[in-house]
Design a protein around this ligand. Structure first.
Ligand code: ATP
Length: 437
């Protein structure tokens, strides 16, 4: 009777697509199916033998001692790469054995893993979700809401804002919230590469397209972003010839590699960002107006940090979390005095600058909270910038006062008494101001 049941169990196990091996509490093999034998290249008759005889340092021994499940591990066993689950068999609180089920990592999975790794290494994967972007001021909350709405469409979005305001984070967030979430996210900094190189990066090239071209040609980033999103950062720095090529790709949804005949259809959503005034660049003939209208279907304007100082506490918390994770420190927060100091500063480098300041304080910190003692360097810097800004403002007033006096004097043909009357000052003051010139 028992042997019929055993035969049944063995048949059930052999019908599985996963490899299965079970051991008793002494690590003797009690069950193994055909697939397990095939994947690991084991001999046929191993039931009753110690598992370590065939798989030295088997992880099953660990499960027998810890009693903990381990799910989805990627392991190399007997030179085979497998995805494996290991489970204890517990009866009435006692570990009486362990079972492992595993699959070979297929070629497709291997390729997928390699591609994913490449994406990660070269920054081709979006990480920040919109909800991860710190900031709870009314204006910032509204922008996040707008971005969420934009994400639902497939339209081009132009993200505007000073350097360091978080434009790239929004691009990542929009991609992750969009229907293209499972496709690639390709970020390109248009200012980082000189014209020719940017062209070959974006559109790719065929074998022998130019001297130094890689054999076999190269896929461009537009092709790589197929099915996903391309983020063109610092679009204002793109040269006019590349702007023309980009416009064609946007209009035709096709790319032709440099030196190539073949045309590749591409399905890519474009997000672009700049800290430049594109309308001004159009006037200066440095940016094509037709490209501007194509890109500027939806606009997201990220205000500078000095216009949303109430975001600072949330930003500090988020940045501290990130550094805690990276460094294994356990900083819990920031003293109230620091917030006060931060809120008096005008942050020309925006959140990037805030991040750098916190990073430095983090390194200096002796306590669990970041205090004023860790911020001396920032205090000095803030005071120096305050002084510089005040001096620049004063210089500007002096300049504009001088210009005003000169223009009034010109209007009254050099008549100082008349000029003083028009300026609302007495003659001696006018004399003094003229002498200062
Ligand atoms: N709201 C935010 N929450 C958390 N971190 C932020 C936020 N905004 C910006 N940062 C951080 O500040 C830095 C600059 O952000 P990002 O690169 O997105 O800015 P940017 O506007 O694209 O800058 P640039 O124009 O110079 O390319 C990054 O390290 C980013 O993680």
């Amino acid at each position: 009777m028992q042997s019929i049941l055993y035969t049944h169990i063995q048949a059930i196990l052999d019908a599985s697509h996963d490899g299965i091996i079970a051991v008793d509490k002494n690590a003797n093999i009690v069950l193994v199916n055909k697939i397990a034998i095939e994947i690991l290249g084991l001999p046929d008759k191993i039931v009753g033998e110690k598992i370590s005889k065939y798989i030295p340092n088997s992880d099953m021994l660990r499960i027998l001692s810890t009693g903990k499940r381990e799910i989805g591990d990627i392991a190399t066993v007997l030179n085979q790469q497998i995805i494996i689950n290991r489970l204890p068999i517990i009866v009435e609180g006692e570990i009486i054995g362990a079972i492992s089920t595993f699959k070979e990592i297929t070629d497709i999975q291997k390729i997928e893993m390699r591609i994913r790794k490449k994406f990660l290494e070269s920054g081709l994967e979006a990480k920040y979700r919109l909800e991860d972007i710190a900031g709870d001021s009314p204006v910032f909350t509204e922008i996040k809401e707008l971005a969420r709405n934009f994400a639902q469409t497939d339209a081009t979005v132009l993200i505007l804002g000073e350097s360091g305001t978080g434009k790239e984070l929004f691009a990542q967030g929009i991609h992750l919230q969009s229907q293209r979430v499972n496709g690639p996210f390709v970020a390109v900094n248009c200012a980082a590469l000189p014209g020719n190189l940017l062209e070959s990066e974006l559109f790719g090239y065929e074998d022998g397209a130019f001297t130094g071209a890689r054999k076999g040609g190269k896929q461009g980033l537009f092709e790589l972003a197929h099915g996903g999103t391309i983020f063109l950062d610092e679009i204002g720095e793109m040269s006019l010839p590349i702007q023309a090529l980009l416009l064609r790709v946007l209009q035709e949804k096709k790319v032709r590699r440099i030196g190539g005949e073949k045309i590749f259809p591409v399905d890519v959503r474009v997000l672009a960002a700049t800290n430049r005034d594109l309308e001004e660049l159009i006037e200066e003939k440095l940016f094509r107006s037709d490209l501007y209208y194509r890109l500027n279907v939806l606009t997201l304007e990220i205000p500078p940090l000095r216009e949303r100082l109430t975001d600072i506490p949330a930003l500090c918390t988020s940045i501290i979390h990130e550094f805690n994770d990276k460094t294994n420190k356990k900083v819990t927060g920031v003293d109230a005095q620091i917030y006060e100091l931060f809120q008096q500063y005008h942050w020309p480098g925006n959140v990037r600058e805030l991040r750098n300041v916190i990073e430095r304080m983090f390194l200096l910190a002796q306590d669990k909270t970041l205090g004023i003692a860790d911020a001396q360097f920032f205090k000095r810097k803030a005071e120096a910038t305050k002084l510089r800004v005040a001096m620049q403002r004063e210089k500007k007033t002096v300049q504009s006062e001088e210009e005003m006096i000169a223009s009034v004097l010109e209007r009254v043909h050099g008549n100082k008494t008349e000029a003083a009357r028009l300026l609302g000052i007495d003659r001696t003051t006018l004399w003094r101001k003229l002498k200062r010139k």
